[in-house]
Design a protein around this ligand. Structure first.
Ligand SMILES: [Zn+2]
Length: 216
């Protein structure tokens, strides 16, 4: 059903390459030029606390632009294609791990309403579909804070995320292997804090994945 609906929508709004915005054939994850430029290997970084995080791209050039347009300029149509690269990266780096649950970094409710969507949730929903699963809400952000990219220095970023997340559906979390999805890994404090909350709720193995990773 979703496929048929997408084909109909595609007649009026052709799919576009997230990395250059040229039109692409339905189902292609990027245009041939951008595809040829994809990095051959994906990257494993670590969120704070030592949780592995898999990313297909560094946060630079066309990849940074794609994520910015997706996140700040309503390009939710990029979600499926960005998620496809994210999943490819997870599969190439995680040693064949199967996840019981796939979740995402939540936004504070009011902020999500203002933006109209949570980009990480959209990525998680698309990624979960590729794994033949459904995304789960396991964490909520119960306190608003300043956006991480507006914080100065590492200490401020670390303090800014402390205690802002909390686990929900704790019974579902216990002993489960979980993949946590976000758009960008920067200092790793945000993802690290989410992983910590899941660990405290009794989660088993926890991995993370983002579209881009930036090491500072
Ligand atoms: Zn392109």
């Amino acid at each position: 059903m979703k496929k048929i609906l997408k084909q109909i929508i595609g007649l009026f709004y052709p799919e576009r390459c997230p990395y250059c915005d040229k039109t692409v054939k339905s189902g292609e994850i990027a245009c041939p030029i951008c595809s040829a430029l994809f990095p051959e290997i994906s990257y494993t970084h670590y969120a704070k606390g030592g949780f592995p995080c898999f990313s297909p791209f560094f946060y630079q050039g066309r990849y940074a632009e794609a994520v910015k347009n997706f996140k700040f300029h309503n390009r939710t149509d990029y979600a499926e294609k960005l998620a496809a690269k994210l999943v490819e990266s997870v599969r190439s780096q995680n040693g064949g791990m199967k996840y019981d649950l796939i979740t995402y970094v939540p936004m504070f409710d009011k902020k999500e309403k203002r933006r109209g969507y949570n980009q990480s949730k959209l990525l998680a929903e698309e990624a979960a579909e590729l794994f033949g699963q459904k995304a789960s809400t396991l964490i909520i952000k119960h306190r608003d804070n300043r956006e991480q990219h507006l914080c100065k220095g590492l200490a401020q970023r670390r303090e800014n995320v402390k205690g802002v997340y909390k686990a929900v559906n704790r019974d579902a979390i216990k002993g489960k292997s979980i993949l946590v999805i976000d758009d960008i890994l920067t200092t790793g404090y945000t993802l690290g804090e989410c992983c910590k909350v899941l660990r405290r709720a009794g989660a088993g193995t926890i991995h993370c994945a983002t579209v881009c990773a930036k090491t500072i």
